[in-house]
Design a protein around this ligand. Structure first.
Ligand code: ADE
Ligand code: ZN
Length: 319
């Protein structure tokens, strides 16, 4: 029986397995520039975040219809459930779809076809977090938030992702303020490739409640003290960090040091189709390679439920 856990850092577009990419390409008459799934898998050798993002955005071209998004999400939820995930807070990247002429309604309604039935079908409760692409303009983020207003009853919060370095959180001050005014929860990727100051800025300028990744906090002892004191959860993604060379190897991952420092860490999969594993695979990897104890694994799982926005649905029902 896998340990029950919540997944708090999962990009739905990052669950596009090569087989699904080819199936959707055939369904939608899209030609992929790869001979077959093996050739596509060969392309999954990344040197850094940007080299991954280039493929991640290119492959989204196969996602066209509501049914495509529904099938993608349903396949993820089935896999996640099999690995012990009981609650999933799912990121999506609307700007990447709008740019290709796919409407926000297609994305949200499609995802909702799967998410709306997930508790019955998979035993997984779900929430949606709309992410802004930090390498797009602040104006584009604001327009995206406005475009999402008809679907806010299905969206729990906003996040910030894509190429980090050179795109500090403060660039998105206004849109995060507007999101807070709409009652949305706030998270942001910070300290994945970017410096520790981006983590501080995400907390102080954007008012985020969780930091996605946050690894580079370990370079700043005063920041670690703050994160521990304020119990700010970090959604760590070990296999992602290895594949994107944010850490030299899994054996050198700072997760044990982060736990020893008292940080509220959780373990997540980020983009499991690209990085070699879903939530349970990430737990297995840190147990096997980093020698985490059963007690530490239980702490990670407990942290995931403590850090989740689980009260959100209840609040919404009462509104
Ligand atoms: N978008 C999808 N995965 C991401 C990651 N690991 N970092 C930033 N943006 C992303
Ligand atoms: Zn991510």
């Amino acid at each position: 029986m896998p340990l029950p856990k919540a997944e708090l850092h999962l990009h739905i577009e990052g669950t596009l397995e090569p087989e699904t990419a080819f199936a959707l390409a055939a369904r939608n008459g899209v030609t992929l520039p790869y001979a077959d799934t093996d050739a596509l898998r060969e392309a999954y050798r990344f040197t850094d975040l940007q080299s991954f993002l280039d493929l991640y955005y290119a492959l989204m071209d196969v996602l066209r219809t509501e049914q495509d998004f529904a099938d993608l999400a349903d396949a993820y939820l089935a896999r996640a459930a099999a690995q012990g995930v009981r609650h999933a807070e799912i990121f999506f990247d609307p700007q990447a779809h709008l740019k290709r002429g796919v409407e926000l309604g297609t994305v949200v309604e499609g995802l909702w076809r799967a998410l709306g039935r997930s508790e019955q079908n998979h035993g997984v409760s779900t929430q949606l977090i709309l992410c802004f692409l930090r390498d797009e303009s602040a104006d584009s983020a604001l327009r995206t938030l406005r475009a999402a207003e008809p679907w806010l009853d299905r969206i729990t919060g906003v996040g910030l992702d894509s190429a980090e370095v050179g795109h500090p959180p403060a660039k998105f001050r206004e849109v995060f303020r507007a999101a807070a005014d709409l009652g949305l929860r706030r998270v942001a990727h910070a300290g994945e490739e970017g410096p520790p100051q981006y983590i501080t800025e995400a907390l102080d300028v954007l008012g985020v409640e969780r930091i996605d990744h946050g690894l580079r906090c370990m370079e700043d002892p005063a920041l670690v003290d703050r994160l521990v004191r304020e119990r700010i959860p970090l959604t760590v993604c070990p296999l992602s960090n290895v594949r994107l060379h944010t850490v030299a190897s899994l054996a050198e991952h700072p997760l044990p040091a982060m736990l020893d420092a008292g940080l509220v860490c959780t373990v997540n999969s980020d983009d499991p189709a690209y990085f070699g594993g879903y939530a349970g695979d990430n737990f297995d990897a840190v147990r096997d390679t980093l020698g985490l104890t059963e007690e530490q694994l239980r702490t990670l799982a407990r942290n995931s439920f403590l850090a989740a926005f689980l009260e959100h649905d209840e609040e919404r029902r009462q509104r």
